[in-house]
Design a protein. Structure first.
Length: 383
């Protein structure tokens, strides 16, 4: 056994950005410790220049010129310490196995050497993205903790490598972005964007995910810690609404949008408009909200009875031509707490109670789409 001193371990912890050996994953420590053990009892007098396998399965190099060295570490006093099942030699450095060394001073170092991110590292390994992350300079990683993965309910064993890679690359921006320079939005290696809300209550991504630690620099990159796993949007606003309607809700909204496509002019086709670049914020009424609208007029037995021009005016009153997560609304309203809509009229936002036009409650927030965000409301808004 080549035994590093306490000082050697302190130097290792400093090099990998940890303060306690308890913070390092047991699996990483096991590999490191086994890399210090050679089969057979070899006294210092019998050491020869050679390459020797360790119990970790990786080789160390022994040299004797100017004193015994193990890789770059020097054998120091005390050495030849006899034990019942072998011999101990003291060394002045912790030996780092070749399979672990690439993580040192890399953008993955803060996660790889921390007990709090073992799930992230396991996911990166299964997704086959470790090498790319190690070898690509100037990256920013928004790193979910183990608790974040558990809360997300993601079963890595049940997901394919491609599916995991799709999620993980949505956490990586291809430039080094410190907290002082976080933009409104940033493209990820996934191709989809992250949207940032920098507000008094904290810094958030896509409305709900909070950045809980920032500016952990390592290598040429930086890591920011987040409290949730970020899931890339699976479609635009229309596709997202259709997906939501599969559960039985928002079928009326989808039917109303479809009617504008079937009966309106090209300019009135809200399916096309809301499938476009955007960004948009859509306040989406529930089915019950649409039914209450129909019940308000005895001549309306279904959406088809509402004059098309009226329906379009109502629907466009639910669309704000900007992407505003719930955290952004306070900063988006004007001096009168109003938001402009695609209809041309404005919505009045009660920031204290999160209501629209006095009596409409926002009951669900921050459904992210590739070209906007959906908030759920309990009434149909009338311009």
């Amino acid at each position: 056994v080549f035994a590093p001193t306490n000082e050697a371990f302190d130097n290792l912890l400093a090099a990998i950005g940890q303060t306690s050996i308890d913070d390092v994953p047991a699996s990483v420590l096991e590999k490191i410790l086994l890399y210090h053990v050679v089969q057979g009892e070899v006294l210092s007098s019998a050491v020869a220049d050679s390459t020797v396998p360790t119990l970790a399965g990786e080789n160390i190099t022994l040299t004797t010129a100017g004193g015994i060295k193990v890789n770059s570490a020097s054998v120091i006093m005390p050495y030849d310490v006899a034990a019942t099942n072998g011999v101990i030699h003291t060394i002045n450095e912790v030996l780092v196995p070749p399979t672990i060394a690439p993580f040192v001073n890399s953008v993955l170092e803060p996660a790889y050497f921390s007990e709090n991110f073992t799930t992230l590292i396991a996911a990166a390994a299964k997704a086959n993205v470790v090498e790319a992350l190690l070898n690509t300079p100037n990256l920013t990683i928004f790193a979910p903790t183990n608790d974040a993965f558990e809360a997300a309910g993601l079963d890595l064993n049940a997901l394919s490598a491609e599916a995991i890679a799709n999620v993980l690359t949505y956490h990586v921006v291809g430039a080094k972005v410190l907290s002082s320079g976080i933009p409104r939005d940033a493209a990820t290696l996934n191709g989809a964007k992250l949207w940032f809300s920098l507000v008094a209550s904290g810094n958030f991504i896509n409305g709900d995910t909070q950045i809980v630690a920032v500016d952990i620099e390592s290598g040429s990159g930086v890591v920011h810690v987040i409290d949730k796993v970020l899931l890339p949007p699976t479609g635009n606003l229309v596709e997202t609404a259709v997906a939501l309607s599969a559960s039985g809700e928002f079928t009326s909204l989808v039917a109303a949008l479809t009617r504008t496509a079937n009966e309106g002019t090209a300019a009135q086709n809200l399916i096309t408009v809301l499938s476009g670049t955007g960004p948009f914020t859509v306040f989406a009424p529930t089915n019950a909200a649409f039914q209450a609208l129909l019940d308000s007029n005895s001549a309306w037995n279904g959406l088809g009875d509402i004059p098309l021009e009226t329906l379009i005016a109502v629907l466009t009153y639910h669309v704000v031509p900007a992407k505003a997560f719930d955290k952004d609304v306070a900063g988006a309203v004007d001096a009168n707490n109003m938001l402009p809509t695609a209809n041309g009229a404005k919505l009045t936002i009660d920031l204290a109670n999160f209501k629209i036009n006095t009596n409409t409650s926002i009951i669900g927030v921050n459904t992210n789409a590739s070209n906007g965000v959906i908030h759920v409301i309990d009434k149909v808004l009338l311009p």
